[in-house]
Design a protein around this ligand. Structure first.
Ligand code: ZN
Length: 585
């Protein structure tokens, strides 16, 4: 088994006649959409129904072509033919998004939309998407301004975002006499050797001096553009704009943040116990946040991983075991690292074909097994969405991690049951490292970004102001869990999430995903396998309603802090176990 995925259900190659024919057809379908909008002979009902059909056709075509191109690139960075088709495809899809804005404005202008939807069997299944267009129409930029603003963004926020990537990818760190790329040095935070971790941290911090000034301009400019865009799109604030695109309301965000803040003392307890374990007296130094503890290092072959996942996920739902088996059998997974293949892992659904493709860089650690479980959770989510129109499968970011976190949580829960004490310590720490990032660090990022956006109304923050704001955000969240002398004033320069032009507060959805996935798992613990149908239905409805309504479908009230507390209690239990194993109570 070479462990490569099979994309032949899409096309045989870039020379495949079906590929070339589909690519030629794509601009025609986009033109046909605009023609439907322009056809004055059509009634509103006829036009809406024709648009529904053509949008479905366009999405399926773009899904097939785009998947083939980008999945090919993901495992073969040197494939210049794929790159060339990727550029062509992106240009064509730009036209598609301009036509899409026209569709949104048109739908927003139809007075009797509700009546038309009620009268049409074709429109009823996409009612939520149509009504959402009416809402987003209120936040579209005036049509005479939109093309200019889009172009100005190319030389504004997008350009600063690109500059940020260039600064980051060409940045080098002087580590023990060697000049190394930043990710290599940051990766040393996981090293088993304490002196490597410390030296790497000190070298990393020292290296930011040479990029801090241009990086601060990138951040200030991108957040200024966000303020301008929020105003132009008729939002009261950047946060409101973000919540709207996440289908979240303020009450939900506030309930989650309230609970997160309440549980900070428990995370500090974990950090202090880990500090003591590693021989520190004054809280954990930043460079030891990711330090491995314990010496349990059992490894898995990919066959063992397959069996483990079938066994553990199958306990929840036997269909899931069959699903995992199929994914391996039909070569959905590109398993091992190899030259030219991207790092990390992801899952990408091909909706019309009811298939998912999973990329991993499996090397046999438990964390790799957990990654496969995570990505197959996304794949299961895609399976639950099968058969729905494309307009109804758009899962907002806060809900996108539900099934993946759920799978990870089941796996960890089952594996812990039979682990030795030494293994438990290692497993718990690995889980808590992640939870500390998604709760404590994410909260620090949320506080920091809020301050930058607010301050930007008045002036661009200097490097010193940014460093100070970051340290205060870390103080407010990590508190005495971290050594006050050894924090990270440059986290704003190292995390790319602050620099996506058009995407703000790219932090709280992670906390939401983690806690919601765990909260759903808590429901399963309460209700047992009787919860399975409700779980699958929850996943199926993720693109069909605001987040609070999707959650309410399984009896979860995300506006109530108690729900978030119950999820955080699952992490608190792990912290209690970890501290007990360390001899701390
Ligand atoms: Zn994920």
């Amino acid at each position: 088994m070479n462990g490569k995925w099979d994309l032949s259900f899409l096309y045989q190659s870039f020379e495949d006649e079906a590929f070339l024919a589909d690519l030629a057809k794509l601009p025609e379908v986009i033109r046909a959409q605009q023609a439907i909008l322009d056809d004055a002979s059509l009634t509103h009902l006829a036009r809406l129904e024709k648009l529904a059909d053509s949008t479905e056709e366009l999405n399926a075509l773009a899904d097939r072509i785009g998947s083939f191109i980008f999945l090919t690139i993901a495992v073969d960075a040197t494939n210049t033919t794929a790159d060339m088709y990727g550029d062509k495809f992106s240009l064509i899809m730009n036209d598609a998004s301009l036509v899409n804005s026209n569709i949104i404005r048109y739908v927003g202008s139809v007075d009797n939309l509700d009546e038309l939807i009620a009268s049409s069997a074709k429109l009823q299944p996409i009612a939520f998407a149509l009504k959402e267009m009416v809402e987003s129409c209120k936040h579209t930029i005036a049509p005479e301004l939109e093309p200019w603003m889009l172009q100005m963004q190319l030389s504004g926020g997008s350009a600063f975002s690109q500059l940020r990537d260039k600064l980051d990818s060409t940045h080098t760190v002087d580590y023990r006499g060697q000049s190394l790329p930043l990710p290599a040095v940051r990766g040393m935070a996981y090293d088993a050797d304490a002196s490597v971790r410390k030296d790497a941290y000190e070298a990393e911090i020292a290296s930011y001096k040479k990029m801090e000034l241009p990086m601060s301009y990138c951040l200030n400019s991108i957040k200024m553009e966000a303020r301008t865009l929020a105003k132009a799109r008729n939002y009261d604030s950047v946060l409101d704009m973000t919540l709207d695109s996440s289908r979240l309301d303020r009450a939900t965000l506030d309930a989650m943040l309230t609970a997160m803040k309440e549980y900070l003392p428990h995370f500090r307890r974990y950090l202090k116990a880990k500090a003591k374990l590693l021989g520190h007296k004054n809280g954990l130094p930043f460079y030891d946040l990711f330090a491995p503890v314990g010496n349990a290092s059992r490894t898995y072959t990919i066959e063992e991983c397959r069996e483990k996942l079938m066994a553990e996920l199958g306990k929840f739902n036997p269909d899931m075991a069959v699903f995992v088996d199929n994914a391996f059998q039909q070569k959905w997974i590109d398993i091992y690292p190899r030259e030219g293949k991207t790092g990390g892992a992801f899952c990408s659904g091909v909706h019309y074909a009811d298939r998912s493709l999973v990329m991993t860089n499996f090397q046999g650690s438990f964390s790799d097994v957990s990654t496969v479980a995570h990505e197959l959770g996304h794949a299961w989510h895609n399976r639950c969405l099968a058969g729905l129109p494309y307009a109804m499968i758009d899962t907002p970011m806060p809900l996108a991690e539900t099934a993946s976190i759920f799978n990870e949580t089941i796996l960890a829960h089952e594996v812990l049951k039979t682990a030795t004490a030494e293994e438990q310590l290692t497993l718990l720490d690995a889980t808590l490292i992640e939870s500390t990032q998604t709760i404590v660090d994410i909260l620090s990022r949320y506080l920091f970004e809020t301050e930058v956006i607010d301050t930007r109304a008045d002036h661009a923050m200097t490097v010193d102001e940014l460093k100070d704001a970051m340290l205060r955000a870390q103080d407010a969240t990590y508190g005495d869990g971290l050594d006050p002398e050894i924090r990270h004033p440059y986290m704003w320069a190292c995390k790319s999430h602050y620099y996506s032009s058009g995407l703000n507060f790219y932090n709280f959805p992670y906390a939401f995903g983690e806690l919601f996935g765990k909260g759903v798992f808590a429901q399963y613990l309460q209700k047992g396998t009787a919860f399975v149908p409700a779980y699958n239905q929850l996943l199926r409805s993720c693109g069909s309603a605001p987040v609070a309504d999707v959650a309410a479908s399984v009896g979860i009230d995300v506006r109530n802090p108690d729900f978030w507390r119950s999820s955080l209690d699952i992490i608190k239990d792990e912290i209690d176990k970890f501290c007990a194993l360390c001899g701390e109570v």
